[in-house]
Design a protein around this ligand. Structure first.
Ligand SMILES: [Zn+2]
Length: 136
């Protein structure tokens, strides 16, 4: 953990603050609609299925599968240049939502569509923890 993290940081909104507080405790929380049961991620102000603003937070299993991915070898924005190559993936979470995240701890050639992944937490500053994924 460092306070010299030089990459963009999330800007939590009142409807996503609980998600970001959860990540600090290394909990991956998903917003579940109390009306229809839909789970949204990222968390929105209201349910994307029925527009309800009533929700509960449920802890995700952290399990998912890679739907698709892209590896950046060159041309990343300056803050990410030294991370090249890195892979961003669309991940189908076990709970339903599809999310974008970074795959860590694997070489690009090891990553495949359909691979099982699990969430890991990266404490990037003293008050920001990001959710990333690794192959299982
Ligand atoms: Zn709903």
């Amino acid at each position: 953990m460092s306070n010299q993290y030089n990459k963009p940081l999330p800007n939590p909104q009142r409807w996503s603050q609980d998600f970001w507080k959860g990540t600090q405790d290394h909990k991956f929380l998903l917003k579940k609609c109390k009306e229809c049961g839909n789970i949204d991620h990222p968390p929105y102000l209201y349910c994307t299925e029925c527009m309800s603003m009533e929700h509960i937070w449920v802890e995700a299993s952290g399990k998912g599968k890679i739907y698709t991915y892209s590896t950046t070898y060159l041309g990343a924005p300056p803050a990410f240049t030294k991370d090249q190559p890195f892979t961003l993936a669309m991940i189908d979470l076990a709970e339903g939502p599809r999310m974008l995240s970074k795959i860590v701890g694997a070489k690009a050639e090891e990553i495949t569509i359909g691979a099982d992944v699990e969430a890991v937490f990266e404490d990037v500053t003293t008050d920001t923890t990001l959710v990333m994924f690794r192959l299982v």
